[in-house]
Design a protein around this ligand. Structure first.
Ligand code: APR
Ligand code: PHB
Length: 396
C-alpha cells in the first residue's frame, strides 16, 4: 500500500514532533514514521533547559500550555569550583533573558497530545525504514508495519531520527563532511522525587570530577556525576551516588541535600559531533541526526529546535512562495548556530570537568580561567548570552 504526503518525517523525538506540529498548523501535510512505540519514546530521560527561542517555537506549534503553567523560569544559574559557590545572574548579563526548566519528556508528551488533537498521523513501531531516490524529484520512504511492507511518497524527507538513525546513513559516504570529538568520561544521571537542593541549577567543578544539580520540578531532582568512560551502571548504586555527589557540591548544599530512592539511573557518554552535510537532495537532517553536543551547556534540545525552526520557515517559503532557491541556505543558517553551540558546549565541558590527562599545571590554568570568567563583567556576559541562546540567522 502506498501513502502520499508533502513532508515525510523520520523519527518522533522532539525534532520530528515539533516540525510535524508546526507544518500541520501551517497547512503543510506531513506523516511521521517512528521505529519505537510512543511509550518507549516517552521513557527516554533527557535534559530540561529551554531557551526562549525553543519556548516560542513550542508555543507556535500549539503545545505550550502546560509548559507555560508548569515550567520554572530561571533568571540565574550557579557554579561552584572546589566547593566555592558563585551565583551568575543570567538575566542581568543577557539583557533580561531567562531560560525555562521543563523536561524534554514533558515537551515530547505535549507535542504528541497536540498531534493527536489535530488528527496528525504518526506511524509507530515501524521496521526497516529506508529512504529512496533522495536526489530525485520523487523521493519516497519504505517501511514495514504490522508485518506489511509499505511505501510513503513525498516531496521532501525530514531526517529527525537521532544520532543512530537511518537518514544520515542514506547520504553517500563521500558526500558526508563530519567532525567528531569523544570525551574520556560520561555522565551518570540520577532522578529522584526529592526537592532540588538549590532553587537554581548548580554546575560544580571539583578535583574528584564534575557534578550537576538540576531539577524537573519543585519536587523532582535530577543530578549528574562525571564518571570514567569505562564505568558501567553496575559499578554504582544509589548510596554511592549520593555520597559522591555530597563530596563534589558546596559543603552547605551537601548538608541540606535531601536524598531518596532513584526513579532512574543511567550513564551517557559525552561527545561532540557535527555532520555539515545537513541537506542532500530532498533530505534535510534535523537535530541529533546532524549533531551531538555534550550536555554541559544544555544545548541539545535547543539546537534541535533551532534546526526545526529553520526547516519549518523554509518549507513555508517553498510551499507558499515556491522559493526552492532557498534550499541551500538551510545548512548555512543551521551550521552558523550549530558551531557556536558546539563551541560553547565544548568550552563548558572543558572548563568544568576533570580530564584524566590533565597535569597539575592544567588544573591551575582551569582554576584561573574559572576565576577570570566568574569575576569579570565580560566573562559573565559571555557565559550568560550563550546560555540563554544566540540568535538565528534569517533565511534571506
Ligand atoms: N526509523 C524510524 N525512527 C527512528 C529510526 C529509524 N531507523 N532511528 C531512530 N528513530 C527514532 C528514534 O526512536 C527516536 O524516537 O528517531 C527518534 C529520534 O529522536 P531523538 O534521538 O530524541 O532526536 P531528536 O528528536 O533530534 O532530539 C534532539 O533529544 O537526543 C536529545 O539531546 C538531544 O535534546 C536533544 C534532542
Ligand atoms: C538536566 O536537567 O537534565 C540538565 C540540565 C542542564 C544541563 C544538562 C542536563 O546542562
Amino acid at each position: 500500500m502506498t501513502k502520499k504526503t508533502q513532508v515525510a518525517i523520520i523519527g518522533a523525538g522532539p525534532s520530528g514532533l515539533l516540525l510535524g506540529q508546526l507544518l500541520t498548523k501551517a497547512g503543510i501535510d506531513n506523516i511521521i514514521v517512528e521505529r519505537q512505540t510512543a511509550e518507549y519514546v516517552l521513557g527516554r530521560i533527557r535534559a530540561g533547559v529551554l531557551e526562549q527561542g525553543t519556548v516560542d517555537l513550542i508555543r507556535e506549534a500549539g503545545a505550550g500550555a502546560r509548559m507555560d503553567e508548569d515550567g520554572l523560569i530561571h533568571t540565574g544559574t550557579d557554579f561552584s569550583f572546589q566547593g566555592e559557590h558563585h551565583h551568575l545572574d543570567i538575566a542581568k548579563y543577557s539583557g533580561g533573558k531567562h531560560v525555562v526548566v521543563y523536561g524534554q519528556t514533558e515537551v515530547t508528551r505535549d507535542l504528541m497530545d497536540e498531534r493527536e488533537k489535530d488528527g496528525g498521523v504518526t506511524i509507530y513501531k515501524t521496521d526497516n525504514v529506508k529512504l529512496h531516490d533522495i536526489e530525485s524529484d520523487k523521493p519516497y520512504v519504505t517501511y514495514e508495519h504490522n508485518g506489511k511492507s509499505l511505501r510513503l511518497d513525498c516531496d521532501y524527507i525530514a531526517g529527525c531520527d537521532g544520532f543512530h538513525g537511518v537518514s544520515r546513513k542514506s547520504i553517500p559516504a563521500d558526500k558526508l563532511e563530519e567532525y567528531e570529538k569523544v570525551y574520556p568520561f560520561g555522565w551518570l544521571g540520577l532522578m529522584s522525587d526529592t526537592p532540588p537542593v538549590n532553587d537554581e541549577l548548580v554546575y560544580c567543578a571539583h578535583e574528584r570530577g564534575f557534578a550537576l544539580c538540576s531539577m524537573r520540578s519543585l519536587t523532582r531532582s535530577r543530578y549528574y556525576l562525571q564518571v570514567p568512560d569505562t564505568d558501567k551502571i553496575e559499578d554504582w548504586n544509589e548510596e554511592k551516588f549520593w555520597d559522591e555527589l555530597k563530596r563534589r557540591i558546596p559543603p552547605k548544599m551537601a548538608e541540606r541535600l535531601v536524598t531518596g530512592p532513584a526513579i532512574e539511573m543511567s550513564i551517557a557518554p559525552l561527545r561532540s559531533y557535527v555532520c555539515e552535510t545537513m541537506q542532500y537532495g530532498k533530505l534535510f537532517l534535523i537535530g541529533d541526526s546532524a549533531h551531538i553536543v555534550p550536555p554541559t551547556g544544555a544545548k541539545g534540545l535547543n539546537l534541535a529546535a533551532s534546526d526545526v525552526e529553520t526547516a519549518f520557515r523554509l518549507f513555508v517559503k517553498i510551499y507558499k512562495e515556491g522559493r526552492t532557491d532557498l534550499i541551500p541556505r538551510y545548512q548555512e543558517v543551521c551550521l552558523a548556530r550549530v558551531w557556536k553551540s558546539v563551541r560553547f558546549s565544548w568550552w563548558m565541558t572543558t572548563l568544568l570537568h576533570r580530564f584524566p590527562s590533565a597535569s597539575r599545571f592544567d588544573f591551575r590554568v582551569q582554576q584561573a580561567e574559572f576565576d577570570y570568567f566568574i569575576n569579570s563583567e565580560a566573562g559573565k556576559t559571555n557565559i550568560a548570552e550563550n546560555y540563554v541562546g544566540l540568535s538565528l540567522e534569517e533565511l534571506e
